[in-house]
Design a protein around this ligand. Sequence first.
Ligand code: SF4
Length: 328
Amino acid sequence: MSTIANIAANNQLILTSPNGTQFTNNTNIPKELAIFAIYHAAQYDGKPTTATNLSVSDFLTPMRKLIYKIHNPAINELTDVSYIMKSAKGTAMHSGMEAALEWYGGYKQEIRSEKTIDGVIVSGKFDLIDLETNTLKDLKHVSSYAYKKLMLDIEKIKDMDNSMSIKERLEYIPTYTKFQLQMSMYKWLNPELSLNPYGDIIFSLNDGGGMERYPIDNFHRFPLLLDEEIEEFVVNHLTELKQHLADGTLPLCSDAERGWKGPEFKLQRISPTNGTFTTVRGSKFTDEVKFREFCRKSARIGDVEISTPATATMCNYCSFSSICDQPL
Ligand code: SF4
C-alpha cells in the first residue's frame, strides 16, 4: 500500500508546507516543531533545477539524483517530517546568523550570482564574506557523523595523489571535497570580489558533538581550487549530464555517494567467564563465503550467527528513494 493510501486508511495528519509540498509525521514529532520544520524547509529562493538551470548544490549531488531532479517525476510517497528536521534547523540558524551579522556589520551576505556555461545557467548564493579579510565563510549545521567523515578525509589527504581530478577526489575524500568545491564555486562565480584563495567552513554540530568528542562550534580552513580547475570540472560535469539526458541513461550512484556499507557476518558464543554472548575471535567477515568457511571449521553447537544487511545511509535522505531502482 502506498504511503498516501496508508494515510487515508489511518487518517494520519498530513502537513502542507508554504510551497505546497506535503509531509507525513509518522514519528509524532510535536506539532509545533513539525510546523517549524515544514516552514523552514521551504525557504529556497533559487529557480527550480532544469537541464539549463543548475545551482552549486546540484554539482555536489550524485549524477543519478540530479537526473531524477531534472525529470521531476511524480512521487506518490510523501516525505516524513523527521527527515527534514535537521535541514530546517540549519536553515533557521542561517537566518538567525544573517540577522545577527547584519546588525553587527562588516559582512557581505547571501548574494546570488550566476554564470552561463555551454548554454546552462549555473548559480549559487554564498553565506557570507568577512569584509575585514575578504574571506568567504559558510555555515554548516551538520551531525558529528559528517564531521567525523571530514576528519577521516583530512587524514587521507597526506596519502593523496595530487594529480587527481575533482571528480576523483569526490570519490576519494568526498566530505572534504564537497566543502572545498562548494566554496571554490562561489569564488569562481564572483571574480569581481577578489576573494582570498582560502575559505572557512563554520561548523555548528547539530547532535552534541558526539558526546563532546568534537568541539560543537568551530571552523576549518580550506584552500580553494583554482578558477580554471572549477571551469574544467563544470564543463565536464555538464557534458556528462547532457549525454545522459540525450541517451536517456541513468548512472548508478557510487558507494560513497549513497553511503553504502556492505553486509557483515559474525559468530557469537556464550562466554564461560560472564555467561553473555560475545563475538568469536576472527569470526567477523564482510564476505559471506569466507564467513561460511569459517563456520564450517570453527562453529560449535550453541553458537549464533549474526548477519547485518547492507545499508545505504544517504538513500534514506534522498527524495527519490521511493522510485529509485538501484539495487542495494
Ligand atoms: S535513492 Fe540512493 S541510489 Fe537512488 S538516487 Fe537517491 S542516493 Fe542515489
